[in-house]
Design a protein around this ligand. Structure first.
Ligand code: NAG
Ligand code: NAG
Ligand code: NAG
Ligand code: NAG
Ligand code: NAG
Ligand code: NAG
Ligand code: NAG
Length: 885
């Protein structure tokens, strides 16, 4: 017993010792405004809007028009103060660093009333201050003061203006976000409100140690024969004064079969001027002790723990540790002569643009990620929201998300989750829809930002590619901000920022990943054309963004070809249920209400939605349920538009080598019309349900051509071919249930491809097109594929569609699947065809499918949830909507 106690007492203390300065019993923070009339208890990490809300000074910021009513907050100067105690023992540490992982955005810091610590100007930078000589025994007071970001942006703009003047007036936003290294969307966007936040949005703490600590590690993994060459670069940090570092760095990697691979190296070198030292270490990992990491839908995501330890000769009792997960995979962005795949015709001009993962070209299915909350501190702290969104992406067969350049470099938690779920990340650097200044002050801050964030994120297997900015090449080429008279100046600055500053840092720290200068761009071709291509939207190169609100978006012919669609979308309304979390005033629930106008940031947005709806569906202004239908139909319209466009891109894998479809946008930051598939609060729109089908690994995808012919593609995202398969074509008429004609033809597709089924002779010449629609299903051994449909004419013109009788019964049988998920069988009985049957309930959970095309008298859809509910209660709670003329 005694020996045991003794053993425990000599176990070393991990270095660094952390004195956490987050709000806690021991550290209490307060905030105060400039004229000291508003003060309260603060939460750190946090932000001023959250604190004012908690203090009861402002209401729910997302309610009604509180975004503009609370705007005064962004014009004031806010200061945060904390008191904490330090012991004399702590003061003996050789290195005492004050670390802020995130300060939003500009201001200064003092300690003990007057001792200056430093200033800050970049929300994405970790600030480390040496406070050894400034800290005192006993009580200390830390003071952090934030400038108004709106004023700070204006002051800089007056000195180093860069277009545009401001965001469009309908955003109710603020101007010159491009002057600050701050989440660009916090000054307003077309899908979100402006909340120009300030605050200590990420953790703050004091680090004490005597030797050195491991700050970050990068992993450089290549496959050499049957071995993985795992080269590590370990970034040690010490006192910010140059010092000699001696000690031992060791690495251990836990692989399959409970084995551990170990490696160590002796360190004895002088740190760089900033107190850092990079130490390299390599491990050979045989490919029979680790399994491949795959994106979602293509395989599993095995991750292996890599534990690093640095023991300083000068502080042997207190080693520093760092643990990360390693995934073994290769990702390559292939831009090669397209004629090699597509021949010498039009399609074969230019370059391919596709991701090759573990040597297989994979079509990237997914969406675009915007911040999970408009307040960055909540985007960090509300992990369940991040979880739910990423799992929702996983559940609908997405394999890639683009972290868009107007948001933030997300939390470590976010990328860890992506590693686990197999969601590849296209990571933009945080510059969006603007020209940017390039004065020294700005450039040096950007340099630090890029370095730190690449070092922090580089090791994640989920990260597939870096891109310098969002849409800034097309904005300059397309004269979005009237920059033609200064084209050369802006082009020079563009190159200075993305090419001369950012590119070399990324390529030095992360030579294994492609750095694209812009998104969208023509990739290598943009580079060849000196970075501002003549036509950055050239369909023969790179990625494209495409939006068209004027054409018929249920028609595949609307969409131009592309190698890779990294943005495309249409707006829809959030559900009434979600809207009610922002307002409960009846008069707000109208398309042209002041409330609705306030929430719509896309100029003419409602007219476009209305035009989309009425091109295909019947909706009369004098309908007593106009608004309710407008909301519902907008979701049908959006879901069908994105389905159509996405399937076209997947079909085009066959003839254009289109290799990616990331629609705009996955999520929302408030209850407003937007391009999202998931509403603020987490409710799935019809689009997100449809994504599960249109992104299905195996899909029969038809295309209605002129002359009433229907082309049929079989899309196969699996590694094995589909043979011995049949496609069934059922013709239905609108006024009954069950098919009026059924035909089958043999089908096949190669692995990882889309194939036009040449022998499928499907046409509608024998039918009155107003009366019928077509359903396509696949029968193949061991292959699941959702049904697909062709609606030959606009729904508003169909003949025979009846008002249905619908019965919904929840059976008593409840099944429990993995992760404790409960499944209820919801039985649907109908007496006629029901298009777009939408089921809803207030019980937390979701249906397995929704927006159903009901063609049979009886069908079943599952309801999935985590908590038990009585089947009767569930049945009573289910409401439904559907389309009828
Ligand atoms: C708070 O202070 C007490 C002693 O004053 C100490 O025992 C405790 O560990 C501290 N808690 C934290 C979270 O630092
Ligand atoms: C103090 O600041 C608040 C908030 O910005 C403002 O509403 C108020 O008018 C100011 N009071 C004085 C006396 O300046
Ligand atoms: C610091 O310690 C002193 C003496 O124990 C105590 O009075 C004071 O409340 C402590 N301050 C904080 C912020 O914990
Ligand atoms: C680091 O160097 C500076 C200037 O040489 C000196 O003022 C400071 O005290 C040193 N800090 C430490 C922790 O040694
Ligand atoms: C470390 O290097 C220095 C000179 O660079 C040398 O004097 C010293 O003996 C070395 N220490 C160890 C432990 O090798
Ligand atoms: C890894 O293996 C290769 C040959 O298989 C060898 O050349 C290299 O030195 C090894 N590297 C390490 C770090 O053991
Ligand atoms: C395309 O044309 C070039 C030059 O005419 C020829 O060398 C090449 O073989 C052709 N490629 C294919 C795939 O036909």
């Amino acid at each position: 017993m005694k020996t045991f106690v003794l053993l425990c007492s000599v176990i070393s203390i991990v270095s660094p010792k952390i004195i956490d300065l987050s709000s806690s019993k021991n550290v209490s923070w307060s905030f105060v405004n400039n004229n000291r009339t508003i003060t309260g208890k603060a939460t750190v990490p946090g932000g001023i809007y959250s604190d004012l809300h908690s203090a009861g000074i402002i209401g729910d910021i997302l309610s009604e028009d509180n975004d503009v009513r609370t705007r005064w907050v962004a014009y004031d100067v806010w200061s945060y103060t904390a008191k904490f105690n330090i012991s004399s023992k702590d003061l003996q540490a050789k290195v005492i660093h004050l670390v802020f992982e995130g300060l939003d955005t500009s201001g200064f810091i003092t300690l003990n009333k007057h001792i200056p610590i430093g200033s800050f100007n970049n929300m994405f930078v970790r600030y480390v201050f040496d406070i050894k000589d400034k800290l005192q025994e006993g009580e200390n007071e830390l003071y952090v003061s934030f400038l108004s970001p709106v004023v700070a942006a204006l002051i800089r703009s007056n000195k180093v203006f860069a277009a545009p003047d401001c965001v469009p007036a309908v955003y109710n936003g603020e101007c010159h976000a491009n002057q600050l290294r701050k989440m660009q969307a916090s000054f307003g966007w077309d899908w979100g409100p402006a909340f120009p936040s300030v605050g200590i949005w990420r953790p703050v703490y004091i680090e004490l140690y005597n030797g050195a600590i491991i700050r970050s590690v990068t992993t450089h993994i290549t496959k050499v024969g049957s071995k993985w060459d795992l080269r590590l670069k370990v970034y040690l940090e010490s006192s910010q004064n140059r010092t000699l570092l001696a000690g031992v760095l060791s690495a251990s990697l836990q692989v399959e079969g409970k084995q551990t691979l170990r490696k160590w190296t002796q360190v004895n070198a002088t740190t760089a001027a900033d107190g850092t030292l990079v130490v390299e270490l390599s491990l050979n990992v045989s490919d029979n002790v680790v399994r491949l990491w795959w994106p979602n839908g293509y395989g599993e995501q095995p991750l292996y723990k890599l534990k690093l330890q640095f023991t300083s000769d000068s502080d042997m009792d207190n080693p520093s540790y760092k643990t990360i997960n390693v995934g073994f995979r290769t990702v390559e962005l292939v831009e090669s002569d397209a004629s090699e795949i597509l021949g010498n015709g039009t399609a074969g001009r230019g370059l391919t643009f596709y991701f090759k993962v573990n040597d297989h070209p994979l079509f990237m299915k997914g969406s675009n990620w915007i911040p999970s909350n408009i307040l960055p501190e909540l985007g960090e702290s509300q992990k369940n929201v991040v979880d739910n969104l990423l799992k929702a992406a996983r559940d609908v067969n997405m394999a890639m998300l683009r972290v868009w350049g107007g948001g933030v470099y997300e939390s470590d938690y976010f990328y860890d989750k992506c590693d686990e779920l197999g969601i590849l990340i296209w990571q933009d650097f945080l510059f969006a829809c603007s020209m940017y200044p390039t004065d020294n002050y700005f450039i040096s801050s950007v340099r630090e930002e890029i370095e730190q964030n690449v070092l922090r994120l580089q090791h994640h297997p989920s990260i597939a590619v870096w891109a310098g900015n969002n849409e800034n090449e097309v904005a300059l080429r397309g004269n979005w901000y009237d920059t033609y008279p200064l084209f050369d100046k802006y082009k020079t600055e563009y190159i200075k920022l993305y090419v001369d500053t950012i590119k070399p840092i990324v390529e030095d720290l992360d030579p294994g990943r492609r750095y694209l200068v812009s998104s969208p761009s023509n990739g290598r071709e943009s580079e060849r054309e000196n970075y501002i291509a003549t036509n950055p939207y050239d369909p023969h190169y790179g990625d494209t963004h495409y939006y068209n609100y004027f054409a018929d978006n249920w028609d595949m012919d609307t969409y131009p070809k592309t190698r890779f669609a990294s943005e495309y979308g249409f707006q829809s309304m959030p559900s009434l249920k979600t809207m009610r979390t922002a307002t409960n005033k009846d008069e707000d629930f109208h398309v042209r209400s002041k409330y609705s106008e306030h929430r719509q940031h896309s100029p003419n947005g409602y007219s476009y939605i209305e035009a989309q709806i009425t091109r295909r569906m019947k909706l009369k202004e004098d309908d007593p349920k106009y608004f309710e239908k407008f909301v519902f139909y907008s979701q049908i319209s959006q879901a069908m538009a994105i389905k159509t466009e996405t399937e076209l891109y997947r079909q085009d894998q066959a003839n254009w080598y289109t290799m990616g479809a990331l629609y705009w946008q996955l999520n929302d930051v408030w209850q407003a019309p937007s391009w999202s598939g998931i509403e603020y609060g987490g409710k799935w729109k019809m689009l997100h349900y449809f994504a599960k089908s249109f992104f299905a690994p195996v899909l029969v995808s038809p295309r209605l051509c002129s002359g009433d012919d229907i082309e049929v593609y079989l899309i196969n995202d699996r590694f094995v071919p589909i043979t011995d398969a049949w496609i069934t074509v059922d013709i239905y008429n609108w006024k009954s249930v069950g098919p009026i004609s059924t035909r089958q033809f043999p089908a096949q597709a190669n692995p990882l491809s889309s194939k036009l089924q040449e022998n499928a002779d499907v046409h509608l010449r024998d039918y009155n097109k107003e009366e019928v629609f077509v359903r396509f299903t696949l029968q193949a051994q061991g292959v699941k594929s959702p049904p697909n449909y062709i609606f030959p004419v606009a729904l508003k013109s169909v003949v025979g569609l009846q008002t249905p009788n619908i019965q919904i019964l929840v059976s008593n049988l409840v099944t429990r699947r993995n992760h404790d998920r409960l499944e209820y069988a919801v039985n649907i009985r109908v007496d006629t065809v029901v298009p777009f049957l939408w089921l809803d309930t207030d019980i937390e959970g979701r249906f397995e499918e929704n927006g159903l095309i009901v063609t049979e008298p009886q069908s079943v859809v599952k309801f999935l949830c985590n908590k038990h509910v009585s089947p009767r209660v569930l049945q009573k709670s289910i409401t439904h909507q559907y389309y009828v003329n």
